[in-house]
Design a protein around this ligand. Structure first.
Ligand SMILES: [Zn+2]
Length: 290
């Protein structure tokens, strides 16, 4: 090859194709939430963690109204919520709620219309966020990172399931770090047709960790996990653009993460088996921090 071409780089067409396909996908929104692998079904064992005194919490979850556009959460502007900077967002008109109402108006009673379906996709959803331990969690390199808690966002199905477990009175304090229970998230289906209705609490009551060092690690990690950090409000115009782009076809098929709340209410309550869970006394100090 003559000298004048030496400035040009080479590369196989496969490499070029790979890079171009990556670029076509664009920069994916990086979710702060854990969820089971989107292409896998089965049983995922998680452990809901109790509220943290550090953040003056009164309950083990944060309730928000969220719009999900292309799997990205947009906090509904029409709610009062403290954001990541500690500022209180006051309720104001929300462009996505407005669009939802318009679509429902056009759809009228026709539940099979495109408008009705689109409204159902973009409407504000009750979203609950908890901190959880994911059993057997590994990082990309295969290291055990079970003591690194995750944020988990879920919808009404799982929320009502938890409510019913508590109402039944059969499971004691399932949130207890010393003698609570793991939660078996049973995922059936993939993509948009995921169902979690068969999920259940473990029959055995167990400590989150029996190993004191792991418990310490967990607590250390939790100190950085204030729910507030997840709350960011987009501007009216940003949200309007997002919903307009979505409705104009810039959408991905799979716009909803694991927060479907219109699933059947089938319940599979497993009877608990009483087991002794004698947490060591010196762990009590650690536990008191919850
Ligand atoms: Zn809204």
């Amino acid at each position: 090859m003559s000298q004048e071409f030496s400035e040009f780089g080479t590369g196989s067409m496969e490499e070029i194709l790979g890079q171009m396909e990556q670029d076509l996908k664009g920069k994916k929104f990086e979710s702060p939430y854990w969820s089971p692998p989107s292409d896998k079904e089965g049983n995922f064992k998680i452990r809901f963690l109790p509220l943290l005194k550090t953040f003056n919490e009164t309950i083990f979850y944060l309730h928000t109204k969220t719009h999900w556009i292309n799997r990205k959460p947009y906090q509904c502007l029409n709610q009062v919520l403290i954001d990541k900077n500690g500022n209180t967002h006051e309720a104001e008109e929300c462009p996505i709620c407005k669009k939802t109402r318009q679509l429902y108006d056009i759809a009228g009673a026709d539940k099979n219309s495109e408008e009705f379906k689109a409204a159902g996709l973009i409407r504000a959803r009750d979203t609950y966020i908890s901190r959880i331990v994911v059993r057997g969690l590994k990082d990309d390199k295969g290291n055990d990172i079970e003591t690194k808690p995750q944020f988990y966002s879920y919808g009404k199905t799982i929320f009502e399931m938890i409510l019913n477990f508590i109402k039944s009175g059969e499971f004691g304090n399932f949130l207890s770090v010393a003698e609570g229970r793991d939660f078996n998230l049973t995922k059936v289906g993939t993509g948009r047709n995921v169902k979690y209705a068969g999920s259940y609490l473990s029959s055995a009551s167990t400590p989150v960790f029996t190993d004191k060092a792991k418990l310490k690690e967990l607590l250390e990690n939790l100190k950085t996990m204030d729910y507030k950090q997840l709350i960011e409000f987009s501007t009216y115009n940003e949200m309007k653009k997002a919903v307009d782009d979505f409705l104009n076809g810039e959408n991905e098929e799979d716009s909803l993460p694991d927060i479907k709340d219109d699933e059947p209410k089938k319940k599979e309550v497993k009877k608990p088996i009483e087991e002794d869970s004698d947490a060591e006394d010196d762990i009590d100090n650690l536990l008191n921090q919850f």
